[in-house]
Structures are given as structure tokens and as C-alpha cells.
Write a protein that binds this ligand. Structure first.
Ligand code: ZN
Length: 146
């Protein structure tokens, strides 16, 4: 798959391994009775902290949340708002990038962050968020309106 890392802030290999383990552990805790597509995420703050997330579905389907966004919410609730790397773990056969809504959600805080995704058998892909969401709508887009 496509791989490229332009961010100088992205995690080193050892940190990525830790993030991967934490993402798979979070995936095990996913609440995904409807899609049965469990996802975990581990988000590395620029302060070195790690926040985990998993998908949390709901009987009212659109109410469900992706792992990436629950990880961001957990970090923000602890006061962390800038991130260098997110690692996503799934049970899919091929590495799965974040959905469009999550790309936008991540963009708000760290548009240049590294995004890694892993399958259980070790297949992986990585990008920068800039690559996944070019020409993004950002907080600056709102400022231009004022
Ligand atoms: Zn998503």
C-alpha cells in the first residue's frame, strides 16, 4: 500500500510498536455489535501521552463513534490537543485508513500528523494526514469569513 512519512514529528519505530499494541488492546474493547468491524486507535500526544479509543456503536446507527474520534475525545478531555501520530488497528484483511469524518476530526488538531494502520497479521500502511485530507476545511477557513 501507499506509504510515506513526511512529518518529522512522527513516532520512532519503538513508539509505533507500543502504539500498535495499545491500539489492538483498545480494539478488543470495541463495542461493535452491528458492523462487527472492531477498530482500535492509539493517539500519541506531542506531550508524549497516549490516548486510546475504540469504535462505540449504537442501535441508532448514526450515533456511533469511530475509534479515532473516541481517542481524540479522550485526549482532549485530559487537556491534550496536539498529536504527532495515530495508530489504527482493525481485523480487516487489508490496512484500513480512517473514514472521511475522522480525517476531518483529526485535522482540527494536528493537520500534519502521521497516520498508521495495521492489520492483525502485520500488514500496514501509513500516510500523513495532509495526504489523506488535502485542501481541508480548517479553523482558518472560518476566520476568513469574519
Ligand atoms: Zn471514522
Amino acid at each position: 500500500m501507499t506509504s510515506s512519512t513526511k512529518s518529522a514529528e512522527s513516532a520512532d519505530e519503538r513508539t509505533t510498536t507500543v502504539l500498535r499494541e495499545r491500539a489492538f488492546a483498545a480494539m478488543e474493547r470495541a463495542y461493535a455489535p452491528y458492523s462487527r468491524f472492531r477498530v482500535g486507535a492509539a493517539l500519541l500526544g506531542t506531550d508524549g501521552s497516549i490516548a486510546e479509543g475504540c469504535n462505540v456503536e449504537n442501535a441508532s446507527y448514526p450515533v456511533g463513534m469511530c475509534a479515532e474520534r473516541t481517542a481524540v475525545a479522550a485526549a482532549v478531555a485530559r487537556g491534550v490537543r496536539t498529536f504527532s501520530t495515530i495508530v489504527i488497528a482493525t481485523e480487516a484483511d487489508e490496512p484500513t485508513p480512517p473514514c472521511g469524518m475522522c480525517r476531518q476530526f483529526l485535522e482540527e488538531f494536528s493537520p500534519h500528523m502521521a497516520v498508521y494502520t495495521f492489520t492483525r497479521d502485520g500488514k500496514h500502511a501509513h500516510w500523513t494526514l495532509d495526504e489523506l485530507l488535502p485542501r481541508a476545511f480548517t479553523p482558518r477557513s472560518l476566520e476568513q469569513h469574519r
